[in-house]
Ligand binder design. Structure first.
Ligand SMILES: [Zn+2]
Length: 221
């Protein structure tokens, strides 16, 4: 059977996805991390994790927050698949821009039926990545993990291409778009300023200095 079970509320699906995102970025899904991620109070995050525990979707770990069970992970991956497929569709077929699609997909991801999901997947030719460069779980919810390094790891003089940009912050995505930092664009690292200063890259739109912190959030291949 495919997850998420139909009785799973929108809020529960969002929590599963948030736990999944925290886990895959190597962070522990503690109550405070979850509350921050979801923009809710700690008591409401606790109440929801109790409910997810009762449904067998998470395991509550004393003092360490929660971890997804296999079923919980399937539920999260199903929502992630919807989200990323929808973003791909909105960009490729409806011409929305990179900074617009996340908010739309946040809403639509909960309403997509398995039938429509399969049709969109086939129509797009079974895409493997969303427009931000994040992998789309396939119909068996398998995920390909690319071995991307961060843009910060490019040595001065090295060339590469942008593999992934952060999803979800539309202002940041608009800014990166102006700099020519979008998935598949080529990029050359020109300099790492000393003493923790910015890095300078050349893209199709010219030379740009960006902070190390931002460069580290962008993946390059
Ligand atoms: Zn998104």
């Amino acid at each position: 059977m495919r997850a998420p079970p139909p009785e799973l509320t929108v809020a529960a699906q969002d929590y599963l996805k948030a736990i999944y995102v925290l886990e895959s970025s190597g962070e522990r899904a503690t109550t405070s991390a979850l509350a921050r991620h979801m923009g809710v109070s700690a008591p409401s995050a606790t109440a929801m994790t109790k409910r997810l525990d009762e449904l067998g979707l998470v395991e509550r770990l004393p003092y360490r927050g929660v971890a997804l069970t296999d079923e919980g992970r399937r539920g999260a991956l199903e929502v992630v698949r919807h989200h990323r497929l929808l973003e791909r569709y909105l960009v490729d077929r409806l011409g929305l821009s990179l900074d617009e699609v996340h908010a739309e997909a946040e809403l639509l991801e909960h309403a997509l039926s398995d039938e429509l999901e399969a049709k969109i997947d086939a129509e797009l030719g079974f895409p493997t990545h969303d427009p931000h460069g994040d992998p789309i779980p396939d119909s068996e919810l398998r995920l390909v993990h690319g071995e991307n390094r961060s843009l910060l790891d490019l040595e001065p003089g090295a060339r590469g291409s942008i593999a992934r940009v952060p999803d979800g912050d539309s202002e940041l995505l608009r800014y990166l778009g102006e700099l020519g930092i979008v998935p598949d664009a080529s990029v050359e690292m020109l300099a790492h300023a000393p003493f923790g200063g910015p890095v300078t890259v050349r893209t199709s739109s010219g030379e740009h200095a960006i902070s190390r912190e931002l460069a580290d959030r962008i993946a390059a291949a």
